[in-house]
Ligand binder design. Structure first.
Ligand code: GUN
Ligand code: ZN
Length: 467
């Protein structure tokens, strides 16, 4: 039977780029989202426009709640579930050494990893993150726990074990041999890719090939994983890693990577072009199921290559502030045509809730110098947290907004559950112009909501709850 969810509905309809998000913003003040028995959207429109035979349908009245598409986190670290707000006494490489490698090593204990999987899913549900590209643990049993718990809870995930074949002593427990690196990723793909339905087009569990970053693997690993990825690309397997995050002169990640790989651009290491002039080169990882996190310090040629290949950027402004990485230049990056989605990068970021991360995006981009500064439109923020993420995951035909036929992933945001939000809804100043008033309402909800305001979360039309 059809189920009708009644509320104040916001979504970015159709299939625009970020440039068209504002025109594509749809607001239904008294809206109805109708979901059929298979969990698909059969109607999204005015409540008083429901078909005449709707009297027999079950109506859930969420008013005064708002209904948004489920949020899509395109970069979040499962083995850092307990590593948020870790003090490392420095930027990226110091923090990895001091806090993250030791913290991720605790996942060697299967009980600890299982507990973390439960907590990780809880935090995702609390934040309304219905789909995510999850940077995985090095340990296969921890990845098993993540996929099992995700399935048990009715969430979606794309994930792969974080591969490391070289690194400092603090990462010793996370490092494998070259042979094991390929073997363990292959086994993960065979065990978990589309494991729930057997068909990548309907599955909720998908696997990615995830070298931690170029500095954590050898040229041999990149070559071998590139060949593996090339052989499974057609099966809808994903690629995920970090790119151009920290450029501290001399000792930062970007300089060290270029030095180690003897390349002009960091992206080359993922594009099969490492060690030019030597025999070592390989297959490219880039493509429309590839997501690279950060991309703060890209050259134009790198942005153009990502746009050309359909590779997406996961923009992580909360983490970029926490680790002093700088700011992905918004205008220049989107002008290149590359798809930019949002990522919490938890625990480099210290917020699971993507609207907080989008709020940080708003704040850092309005502060960019001179003509680079921009006041993001709330529709662009919503787009970046929903439809752009679906596109980055090559799942735009399934999720990301409330177009007919899509799978019904959505969240209910009830101001009554978070008094500061209720305050800005009831007493915030609104323009007399209806379009401006709509935009102000959307902005206020995105900026003022916190986890307690997310009172209900649905995936494929089914309600899921925090334990
Ligand atoms: N680069 C390599 N590993 C990591 C990580 O865990 N977090 C972030 N933010 N950057 C990385
Ligand atoms: Zn990260």
């Amino acid at each position: 039977m059809n189920q009708v969810h009644r509320g104040h509905i916001f979504h970015v309809a159709g299939s625009p780029t970020v440039h068209g998000a504002t025109d594509a913003l749809e607001y239904l003040e008294d809206g109805a989202l109708v979901v059929d028995g298979d969990g698909r959207i059969v109607y999204c429109g005015a409540f008083d426009g429901l078909p005449e035979d709707h009297e027999s349908w079950n109506v859930v009245d969420h008013r005064p709640g708002f209904i948004f598409p489920g949020f899509v986190d395109t970069h979040v670290h499962f083995p850092q579930t307990f590593a948020g707000d870790a003090y490392g006494g420095g930027q990226l490489l110091e923090w990895l050494n001091a806090c993250i490698f030791p913290s991720e090593s605790l996942f060697a204990d299967p009980d600890f990893a299982r507990e973390a999987a439960v907590k990780f899913c809880d935090r995702r549900i609390a934040a309304g993150t219905t789909q995510a590209m999850v940077f995985g643990s090095a340990f296969p049993h921890a990845q098993d726990a993540l996929f099992e718990e995700t399935r048990r809870r009715g969430l979606r995930v794309v994930s792969g074990r974080g591969v490391q074949t070289t690194g400092p002593d603090s990462a010793a427990a996370l490092i494998t041999s070259e042979d094991d690196a390929v073997r363990l990723v292959t086994e993960e793909i065979e065990k978990w890719h589309a494991a729930d339905t057997g068909d990548v087009r309907t599955a909720t569990l998908h696997v990615a090939v995830v070298p931690r970053f170029s500095l954590a693997v050898t040229t041999e690993t990149l070559k071998n994983l590139g060949e593996l990825y090339d052989s499974v690309r057609d099966r809808g397997v994903y690629f995920h890693s970090h790119l151009n995050e920290n450029d501290r002169p001399g000792t930062g990640e970007v300089a060290t990577t270029k030095e180690m790989y003897q390349v002009d651009s960091y992206l080359d290491t993922y594009d099969g072009k490492f060690l030019p002039g030597s025999a070592v080169g390989g297959k490219s990882f880039l493509g429309r199921r590839s997501i690279l996190a950060h991309a703060v310090h890209c050259q134009d040629v790198e942005l153009a290559r990502m746009a050309e290949t359909g590779t997406s950027i996961s923009h992580c402004p909360t983490s970029q502030q926490f680790l002093g990485s700088g700011t992905m230049p918004w205008k220049r990056t989107i002008a290149s045509g590359v798809n930019v989605a949002i990522g919490s990068d938890f625990g480099g970021g210290d917020e699971f809730l993507l609207t907080r991360v989008l709020g940080d995006a708003f704040k850092v981009h309005i502060s960019e110098a001179g003509d680079d500064g921009i006041s993001m439109h709330p529709a662009e923020m919503l787009f970046t947290g929903t439809l752009a993420g679906a596109r980055a995951l090559d799942m735009e035909d399934r999720i990301g907004n409330f177009d007919d036929g899509k799978e019904a992933d959505f969240v209910v945001v009830d101001p009554r559950a978070w008094p500061p939000l209720q305050g800005v809804i009831d007493n915030g100043v609104r323009s007399d112009d209806p379009t401006m008033a709509r935009d102000q309402t959307l902005f206020a909800v995105l900026m003022a909501m916190r986890e307690p305001a997310i009172t209900e979360v649905y995936v494929q039309g089914r309600r899921i709850d925090v334990t």
